[in-house]
Ligand binder design. Sequence first.
Ligand code: G6P
Ligand code: ZN
Length: 566
Amino acid sequence: MSFQVKEIKTKPYDGQKPGTSGLRKRVKVFQQEHYTENFVQAIFDAVDLKGKTLVIGGDGRYFSPETVQTILKIGSANGVAKFIIGKDGILSTPAASNIIRKYKADGGILLTASHNPGGPNADFGIKYNVSNGGPAPEGVTNKIFEKTKSISSYKVIELPPVDLSKKGFSTYGPSNVEIVDSVSDYLQLLESIFDFPLIKSFLQSHADSFKVLFDGMHGVTGPYGRAIFVEALGLPESSVQNAQPLPDFGGGHPDPNLTYAHELVERVEREGIHFGAASDGDGDRNMIYGKGAFVTPSDSVAIIADWAAEAIPYFKKGGIKGLARSMPTSAQIDKVAKKKGLECHVVPTGWKFFGNLMDAGRLSICGEESFGTGSDHIREKDGVWAIVAWLNILAYANKQSPNQLVGIKELLEKHYAVYGRSFFSRYDYEEVSAVGAQSLVDAINVHISTGSLARTSHVSKSTGQKFTVADVSNFDYTDPIDGSVSRNQGQIITFDDGSRVVFRLSGTGSQGATVRMYVERYVPAEAGPAELNKDTQEGLKGLIEVALQISNLPEFLGRDKPTVIT
Ligand code: G6P
Ligand code: ZN
């Protein structure tokens, strides 16, 4: 049978350049006539998917169901042979990455704006992933952007919408369609990685002394959380909250950090819960938080890397090929790599930079300060993976220490006692004026080119600590596998004592500019527990003061306080 392919005339829209993680804009922007269609056609123009298999899924946010149908119309008119779609259009980002890899699909379109709020007045996003299951590299996203600039028409096959709520096989015009369960392949994957029997027996034998709470934040991970924590690990129903995915995330900001996951933080503190964890809108971020113990993501990945080869079957079997972090992430993991004799790569912000290293067999475990942690089991960061990794490690550590309960706090303290501690915090100045943000960047660039800050000393008024500038630089990265170069990925001020401050503009905002300031100070193990186990903000107070002074950030941005501190 032949199906009529229609050509619809259109005009280019400005600004369809994919950012750190795809094209993210307000829903209202995507709802403009031909806007979404243009971008989707640009993907098919940039990447030839004729006769190929394409995965579609997302975090279920507002405007997702209609966009799935748009992709079907345009994709089938552009010759896609098969679509694999998550039931109801839902796949967490890690689950989508897994499905692309497992079913050897040629790519995937993910409908998500990650942790940004959803709903008619909030954000939507479209992201293209390639056949290794990871986000498209810049070469591909630039090509998509180029296509959006000259588009004059898009192709469609107009047919009644596909019912996304029924699993199984059907067709859309000339294309085959398979609707798959959103959770089962992912659950299988995690069961093949972690020691589920060990975790289950630990949780069962500590049902009263070790309580667990998982918060889905009304994002996509609720059903995954329930399948894993309640059904597979036997925890009570009360150990998951906000587990129903909602198109507007219940009006919340589905970002697992101390500010936005406050509901989890409050319950953990009030009820004395030992292990709390949350994931973001599309399920790739995570936060680990136990009573009185917040795990900064930089420490989280270091601790997972430290224990993995011993405690986690996947790494016990396959070994650890290498470690990595993004540049602004603290150097805690570097210490682990050094002790274990592993290579440790430092890449720009953005998960896509880990993909080549993984594909080349040089990287097993990596993480970012932006609440991303993961491994080479897929090519996206994986929130639920990180949470189960922590449970696996805790179960293992407790097996070794049968007489004394090892919780999150004890594990952190044990880690600092061996490796020392990189105190780390991030200050976010959200939606500031783009002009102010640029002036800040320009001023630091002047310091870089003239060397005007080198060897200057700065004293914190409140702590009396003195910091002497050793170097100021811009972070440029050359990918060791394909040689591609990414410049100006953040400005770094390092001090004589190894402390550093990084300034960077966010690449994921949808409005105005967001400036991030990352502060890090290393305290060696010899300093002893009183120093090592200090509160983070206390440990960093002097350095933060000096960073604000040197950069004149409050003046440039017109803000005397950050919007979010993590
Ligand atoms: C997304 C990417 C992460 C990255 C983060 C940075 O979540 O998947 O890999 O770390 O964005 O966001 P930013 O707003 O700092 O550019
Ligand atoms: Zn996300």
